[in-house]
Design a protein around this ligand. Structure first.
Ligand SMILES: [Zn+2]
Length: 307
């Protein structure tokens, strides 16, 4: 069994929309996981049939998106506990020093002075086509409905909405929270693994065109090859979105591993290498995080469901 633990931001600063994991909690996680399990790189273990035969209780540490705070706050803790981790980066976000679309969306609504938005697209429900705001609370409430809806749209439609939001809230300057290529190279030189999380953080499973899916896979892989000298073994599907086409295209374009988010352990004996489960950890009370780590929270949920 392999327990793949997924992290995003690690930061002492709180965020009302998408709270990063607090640094102290992150350290607790790493201390606990490294005491309890054999922590390895998934890329080293998953393709090594001899190591897998030993059937130990393995764990891996993974980060999606490529946030600068991973370097600032998480890396020193990983080094303290002598843990190697894998980082899955969005190559366009690093090239342009802009956050992923979900982050941008929330940040714009949180920071604009705009009091109105018009999104006259008939594929949006009426309630999301017009928003009028008297304060930040109104804006946040609107975006908390808009974001999950956008996740359900196909790529091209979502892009139209995102562009319209960026244009409307052009008073906001985007935050610089992503790693630089210098940071990425530092991770590699410290023995960590760097893989792809696509070129633009598109939800691959929602894209209509197979050519567009291939572009995301190839462009990000080639960019990593150009900067780091290898085509990555791993594609981490943004927002855990994938389907049969995405799995096949990932393999076709040269990847060996596809990472999902299924809040479950990965069993190398029977699970698909292009549908690898990961357990995401959040900024939650320690007892809850501990249950997620041992996976008892999911077991408990299943138990309740089956009753
Ligand atoms: Zn992501």
């Amino acid at each position: 069994m392999i327990r793949n633990f997924l992290f995003h931001r690690v930061n002492p600063q709180r965020d009302p929309l998408w709270d990063p994991m607090d640094v102290a909690l992150f350290e607790k996680c790493i201390e606990h996981i490294s005491n309890k399990y054999d922590v390895v790189l998934f890329e080293d273990l998953a393709l090594d049939t001899d190591a897998l035969k030993q059937n130990k209780d393995y764990a891996t540490i993974m980060f999606d998106d490529g946030y600068k705070d991973n370097i600032e706050y998480a890396l020193p803790i990983l080094e303290k506990y002598n843990v190697k981790a894998s980082f899955y980066i969005v190559t366009d976000c690093i090239d342009n020093n802009i956050p992923t679309w979900t982050n941008i969306l929330e940040y714009l609504f949180q920071n604009t002075k705009g009091d109105e938005i018009n999104l006259p697209f008939d594929f949006l429900p009426e309630a999301l086509q017009i928003g009028k705001f008297s304060d930040t609370k109104d804006r946040l409430s609107f975006v908390s409905d808009l974001k999950p809806y956008l996740k359900t749209l196909v790529h091209s439609k979502r892009e139209v909405v995102l562009q319209s939001v960026r244009k409307t809230f052009s008073d906001v300057e985007l935050p610089e929270i992503m790693m630089s290529w210098g940071d990425v190279k530092k991770l590699k030189s410290h023995g960590h693994y760097v893989g792809s999380h696509t070129a633009t953080h598109s939800m691959l499973g929602s894209m209509e065109s197979e050519q567009d899916i291939e572009r995301e896979l190839i462009d990000s892989g080639n960019k990593i090859k150009l900067e780091l000298g290898y085509f990555p073994l791993t594609i981490s599907y943004p927002v855990g979105s994938y389907d049969q086409r995405v799995k096949q295209l990932s393999e076709k374009t040269g990847y060996k591993i596809g990472l999902a988010v299924k809040q479950d352990v990965y069993d190398p004996a029977k699970d698909d290498l292009f549908e690898v489960s990961r357990i995401e950890l959040y900024n939650e009370p320690w007892f809850k995080t501990k249950m997620r780590i041992s996976n008892s929270l999911e077991d408990l949920k299943k138990l309740i469901k089956y009753k």
